[in-house]
Design a protein around this ligand. Structure first.
Ligand code: IPM
Ligand code: MG
Length: 371
């Protein structure tokens, strides 16, 4: 049997699955079902599972064990649900579940975080913005993920002049800016050849350097139109006239904030996938949403962001764009047929929509893939 399998499957990949906490753990098995039915026997996938985040703190005392990091480094891609929750909120910052996530991103050197904000046609009513502002929206945020103020040293809380004083360091060296801006320019080239870099160069030296380096790298991408916005203006423009943007490149913290804004333009954080890539295109794939402890365990969470993250994995790390396309198409058809989890259910629309739970939403995607 095994030998026969070998001859059918000419490619196989190692995936590490980290379901995590809250709705992360809830959506993952459904997303894996979708993945398996999209792949059939066209590619061999060897899955390993590990605790990560809060459940790893509970079972192993740390948010990510060394073994889990080693497994991740030895995998072609990592699928991650979400981490964190009220149970672990009172732990000090360096022992929280989120520390595991930052450690994993850094440990895999996944410096380029791709967060597409795409409005699926049937969902343009689901946005809090007027539908004409967001219909057919297609923005790609490229967020630097392993540097900036999230990682800068020194950092801490200590007594200074007898006052508790907290501090972090917002730091980038030019190589960190160069590599992420190259990824963004390359992606802009494959899209509409427009790139907007977001900084706060009017106040922060580190982002003056950001702007200078992006301008230097631009010399190699003259066919791409580059403009710069301060982050406050960018946030405002994103809700004022989002369709002016195509690819946005920015640092870690600004990207964190702007990607939540962009997510809501599309209707729900429950729809947004992400890919975090290192220099060899190995990656970490996770939905942009968090663990949503308030709805965890109720079978109401939207599994589509995780499912779409898996589609990104096939496109960016596993070189199987046809599988990515088939998953994205299946999601599109399920939405066209009117299936909605609670987060994307129109409140007062006359559209014929059917409210479904997490499991049923995934079932519908699976049945589309079989058609
Ligand atoms: C995200 C999240 C994380 C971040 C948290 C959970 C550490 O908000 O992926 O956007 O800030 O990067
Ligand atoms: Mg965030």
């Amino acid at each position: 049997m095994a030998i026969q399998q070998q001859s059918i499957v000419d490619r196989s990949y190692k995936l590490l699955v980290l379901p995590g906490d809250g709705i992360g753990a809830e959506i993952m098995p459904h997303a894996i079902r979708v993945m398996n039915s999209a792949v059939g026997d066209s590619i061999g996938l060897n899955l390993e599972y590990a605790d990560f985040g809060g459940c790893s703190i509970d079972n192993h005392g740390v948010p990510m064990t060394d073994e889990t990091l080693a497994l991740a480094q030895d995998s072609d891609a990592v699928l991650l649900g979400a981490v964190g929750g009220p149970k672990w909120d009172d732990l000090p910052v360096n022992r929280k579940p989120e520390k595991g996530l930052l450690g994993l991103r850094a440990g895999l050197d996944c410096f380029a975080n791709l967060r597409p904000a795409l409005t699926f046609g049937p969902l343009s009513q689901a946005s809090t913005l007027k539908s004409e502002l967001v219909s057919d929206l297609d923005i790609l945020i490229v967020r630097e993920l392993t540097g900036g103020v999230y990682f800068g040293e020194p950092r801490g809380i200590e007594l200074r002049n007898n006052l508790r004083t907290g501090y972090n360091t917002f730091l980038y060296d030019e190589s960190e800016i160069q590599r992420v801006s190259r990824v963004a320019f390359e992606l802009a080239r494959k899209r509409s050849c427009r790139l907007c870099s977001v900084d706060k160069a009017n106040v922060l030296e580190v982002t003056q350097l950001w702007r200078d380096v992006i301008c230097e790298v631009h010399a190699d991408y003259k066919d791409v139109e580059l403009n710069h916005l301060y982050v406050d203006n960018a946030a405002m423009q994103l809700v004022r006239q989002p369709k002016q943007f195509d690819v946005i490149v920015t640092g870690n913290m600004f990207g964190d904030i702007l990607s939540d804004v962009a997510a809501m333009l599309t209707g729900s954080l429950g729809m947004l996938p992400s890919a975090s890539l290192n220099a060899s295109n190995r990656g970490l794939y996770e939905p942009v949403h968090g663990t949503a402890p308030d709805i965890a365990g109720q079978n109401v969470a939207n599994p589509l962001a995780m499912i779409l993250s898996i589609a990104m994995m096939f496109r960016y790390s596993l070189d199987a764009p046809q599988i990515a396309d088939s998953i994205e198409k299946a999601v599109q058809s399920v939405l066209e047929q009117g299936f909605r989890t609670r987060d994307i259910m129109p409140i007062d629309s006359t559209d014929e929509c059917e409210l479904v739970g997490t499991d049923r939403m995934a079932d519908e995607v699976v049945s589309q893939l079989k058609d």
